[in-house]
Design a protein around this ligand. Structure first.
Ligand code: UDP
Length: 398
């Protein structure tokens, strides 16, 4: 199903939606961008997206009929890491330039929706020079692991002063914002939503064809579906697989933010003799639902608290037993032993045991998967996301 079809039913009520300038500093296809794709597609008749980089996200927005403007930001502003201690100071002139671009474009809109931290800082500065109200869609856990102290203080101070709302994608994300000094009264919980019907239309023949292509035969297949990054923990699954001699691993995703060393480390691990022929690298794919359905188990292996974890919900919607690490929002998405399994982060032994247990009792594993699917359908549909999102934006005064 393409985006056109996906939103056919939702397009009948666009006139009630607010006029929003959505802003993102990135144009890669990460979870934050895929979620914005859904929101911006629903808002495409009244709204526009401003990107500070060019890439596949811009192509996907255009294919969905969303008006997009690309203003390439100075390289320094895009490449500096949020964990860089003095990052905000290094890129201040570039942020000023971005703020000016937001303020200029935002004249035609009722409010600005900032989809990333850099976008938020630019939008908040634009607000200070007379731009429209700003909603920060916070999709990161503001901890020292990902954000330097200075960056956290800057973002939280600007949020407390300039944001009309801070939409958080999980309770874990909201709690970290408040723990960093953020005003609790600004926070509104907006869980991500996924297109449930895409998963309902999965064709078992396609899953069989995928297994055939991979050459896994009847062997158990465990998939991990994330960008390659140390904290996403793909290495933990490879370590677990060393203890499970019959299990094959499907690695889906690529490094989106230049994690060259980690990719090399994974390649070295996958080349170990005991894993020979059992690790299947397929890079970035746009058919994640079908790939998940081809697996026996979907693994989520993040070693740090996950702000949301779309892949967990996708695994549930694909009716596969999901094993996830118990940190951050995973504990909001999975009830351990009921709608999935939770294991401690970074613990290859615990992950191997959980996989072994699920493979040993396919009846119990399928029951777990069915309960996970029912929970995900009821809680994380695109309709539920849009209803909460619309309401949150409607509550922002002009
Ligand atoms: N994804 C994808 N192709 C890939 C790997 C991942 O489309 O090859 C998607 C995945 O299906 C999910 C998103 O990327 O929708 C990742 O979102 P998540 O919240 O799990 O992690 P994030 O990237 O936001 O940290």
């Amino acid at each position: 199903m393409n985006c056109e079809q996906k939103f056919e039913g939702l397009r009948s009520e666009p006139s009630t939606r607010r006029r929003v300038l959505f802003v993102d500093h990135a144009a890669v296809l990460g979870g934050a961008e895929l979620s914005l794709l859904d929101l911006a597609t629903a808002y495409r008749q009244t709204s526009q997206v401003l990107l500070f980089a060019d890439g596949p996200f811009r192509e996907r927005l255009e294919a969905a009929g969303v008006p997009v403007v690309v203003n390439l930001a100075p390289e320094a502003a895009l490449s500096v890491r949020t964990s860089d201690r003095f990052g905000a100071l290094k890129v201040f002139p570039a942020l000023g330039w971005m703020a000016h671009r937001v303020a200029t474009l935002a004249c035609d809109f009722e409010l600005v929706h900032a989809n990333s931290q850099k976008a938020f800082v630019a939008a908040a500065l634009a607000r200070l020079i007379g731009g429209p109200p700003v909603v920060w869609h916070l999709r990161d856990i503001l901890t020292a692991r990902h954000f330097s102290g200075l960056n956290r203080r800057l973002a939280v101070t600007l949020a407390n002063r300039c944001a009309a709302r801070v939409l958080v994608n999980s309770r874990a994300t909201g709690q970290a914002f408040v723990a960093a000094g953020g005003r609790p009264d600004l926070v509104t919980l907006v869980y991500n939503g996924l297109p449930v019907e895409v998963f309902d239309r999965l064709d078992p023949a396609q899953s069989l064809a995928i297994r055939h292509e991979l050459g896994v035969g009847e062997a158990p297949l465990v998939g991990v579906f994330s960008r390659l990054s140390y904290w996403k923990g793909q290495h933990v699954l490879l370590e677990a697989a060393r203890q499970l001699p019959n299990v094959h691993v499907l690695l889906v995703g690529e490094a989106l933010f230049g994690e060259v060393e980690y990719t090399a480390q994974l390649k070295t691990l996958a080349a170990l003799p005991e894993l020979a022929g059992r690790v299947h690298w397929v890079g970035f794919r746009s058919d994640v639902p079908a790939l998940m359905a081809a697996c026996d188990i979907v693994a989520h292996t993040s070693t740090e608290p996950e702000p949301f974890g779309r892949v967990i919900v996708e695994g549930q919607l694909a009716r596969r037993p999901v094993v996830a690490t118990a940190a951050g929002a995973s504990t909001e998405l999975i009830e351990d032993g009921v709608t999935g399994c939770l294991v401690p982060p970074g613990d290859a032994q615990a992950l191997a045991s959980a996989i072994e247990k699920l493979l040993a009792d396919s009846g119990a594993a399928q029951a777990l998967a069915e309960r996970g699917a029912a929970h995900a359908r009821a809680t994380f549909s695109l309709e539920a996301l849009l209803a909460t999102f619309d309401q949150a934006l409607q509550s922002v005064p002009n």
